[in-house]
Design a protein around this ligand. Structure first.
Ligand SMILES: Cc1ncc(COP(=O)(O)O)c(C=O)c1O
Length: 466
């Protein structure tokens, strides 16, 4: 007779999907779906840009897991690096101690980062890195004679993570309301969705960018420059559907931050490590921030790892006396994560991943742009291997779907239909309805074609059910 507790015995006797429904609390998930006959998709294996479910069906991983698996699934070199490190030193904290993996990775990230961003604080993910950056900004100004600077400016619909500070920086009201009151001091400004730019800038992206950047200066003036510590910006904003920065936008943000002594934080949780064809996307746009936050692609997902990278100037006050940044995470700089990140970055170099993205990003864009002939496709936008396709009800007027239509289209039809047709990607309604694509960086034209063909079929079907 089994000695397992009932629940565990049940798991082995019923399907994985049923056990997931009954015990696994999935993130950002409407669990009711699975109590109304929906089947929890269970992914059991990955190889290159493909994943397989527990029924043996293959899917194209059009989102690199969650903007993570840069080098694709099933890379034995990365698994081996993790195993080797776990055997040698599985864990040691970086609280007043160091270990070779964290040292080597910090040095390497500082080398890749622009300007004098030389100081690396490890976290276990992006939200913790954002949280860390805000705390650093507050403490830095307290230590340097500007103690009232504490607020953060960020952009509408931007996602910066779920810790309560990071959530306060996040610009997605429905994700925040259940947890209010959040950390005070989060101020929102417009994002750079050129497709939805105010009428007067509809045909002038540069003027739109200048207008959007100047809203930051306006917010600083309104809040009081003495109260504002930082501006958080993704070089290409994810949420809302991949908004690239208009020409000159990031330069103007840098100028405004300098003018008001406000720190510029590039949240590169998604955009770093090749997603936009460079180790850090901000370098491709020619701007040096004061802080970079990053995570996801650093290990291609073979182990969790995040980081905040700060400039020499921000570390300076911490070099003297009894000063310390009283902040940390048990898993920050985990030896296994650090070893995997080093092996991952070695492969980036030996396989020329950033060059591959730069050489193929045009083909990716052109392939997705073919979908513009469909009546439901309003806009195709993005950069590197990071694209959003905005869906509209009327292409000429750019009319979007109302809440009910959006619910029916995205949740009722598209998410499932895309998956059933073999494409895992994101159909999202944070902002206007979009489909988001962020394939592994090893992909080439044959993969782009595969994505395009599945999208063409499913979006054509979607139009017919509206
Ligand atoms: C820009 C940005 N910041 C922060 C986060 C939060 O990262 P994590 O989920 O690792 O905490 C994300 C996650 O997608 C992100 O895209």
């Amino acid at each position: 007779m089994s000695t397992l507790p009932n629940d565990v015995r049940e798991t082995s006797e019923t399907s994985l999907a049923d056990a997931a429904r009954d015990h696994l609390w999935m993130h950002f998930t409407r669990h009711s779906t699975y109590y109304q006959g929906g089947h929890v998709p269970v992914i059991v294996k990955g190889e290159g840009p493909y994943i397989w479910d527990d029924q043996g069906r293959r899917y194209f991983d059009g989102l690199a897991g969650l903007f993570v698996v840069q080098l694709g699934h099933g890379r034995a070199e990365l698994a081996a690096a993790a195993a080797k490190q776990a055997e040698e030193l599985a864990f040691f904290p970086i609280w007043s101690y160091a270990h070779p993996g964290a040292i080597a990775l910090a040095e390497r990230l500082a080398h890749y980062a622009p300007g004098d961003l030389n100081r690396v604080f490890f976290t276990s993910g992006g939200g913790e890195a954002v949280e860390t950056a805000w705390k650093l900004a507050k403490q830095y100004f307290k230590m340097t004679g500007k103690p009232t600077k504490h607020k953060v400016i960020s952009r509408s619909i931007a996602y910066h993570g779920t810790p309560q500070g990071a959530l306060s920086i996040t610009g997605i009201p429905p994700a925040k309301v259940p947890f209010e009151p959040l950390v005070p001091g989060g101020v929102k400004v417009p994002n750079t969705n050129f497709y939805r730019a105010p009428e007067e800038f509809k045909y002038d992206e540069k003027a739109f960018g200048l207008w959007a950047a100047n809203r930051i200066a306006e917010a600083i003036e309104f809040e009081g420059p003495d109260s504002v510590a930082a501006v958080f910006i993704e070089p290409v904003q994810n949420s809302g559907g991949c908004f690239p920065p208009p020409p000159g936008y990031l330069d103007r943000v840098r100028e405004i931050c300098d003018e008001y002594d406000v720190l510029m934080v590039a949240d590169e949780t998604i955009t770093a490590f090749g997603r936009i064809g460079d180790m850090f996307a901000i370098k491709r746009f020619g701007v040096t921030p004061d802080i970079i936050t990053c995570a996801k692609g650093m290990t291609s997902g073979y182990s969790p790892m995040g980081a905040m990278i700060a400039s020499d100037r921000l570390f300076e006050p911490f070099k003297t006396g009894t000063n310390a940044f009283l902040h940390g995470y048990t898993w920050g700089g985990h030896p296994v994560g650090a070893a995997v990140a080093m092996a991952n970055l070695d492969l980036f170099e030996s396989e020329g991943i950033n060059n591959h993205v730069q050489e193929n990003e045009g083909a990716f864009r052109r392939t997705l742009e073919k979908l513009s002939d469909l009546p439901i496709v309003g806009d195709v936008r993005g950069a590197g291997y990071f694209y959003g396709i905005e869906l509209v009800k009327d292409k000429d007027t750019r009319e979007t779907f109302d809440e009910d239509e959006s619910e029916r289209l995205l949740r009722g039809f598209l998410s499932k239909a895309l998956f059933d047709n073999g494409l895992y990607c994101r159909a999202d309604d944070r902002g206007d309805p979009v489909i988001q694509l962020s394939p592994p960086l090893i992909c080439d034209q044959s993969h782009f074609d595969e994505i395009e063909q599945i999208l063409r079929k499913v979006l054509t079907d979607a139009w017919s059910i509206l």
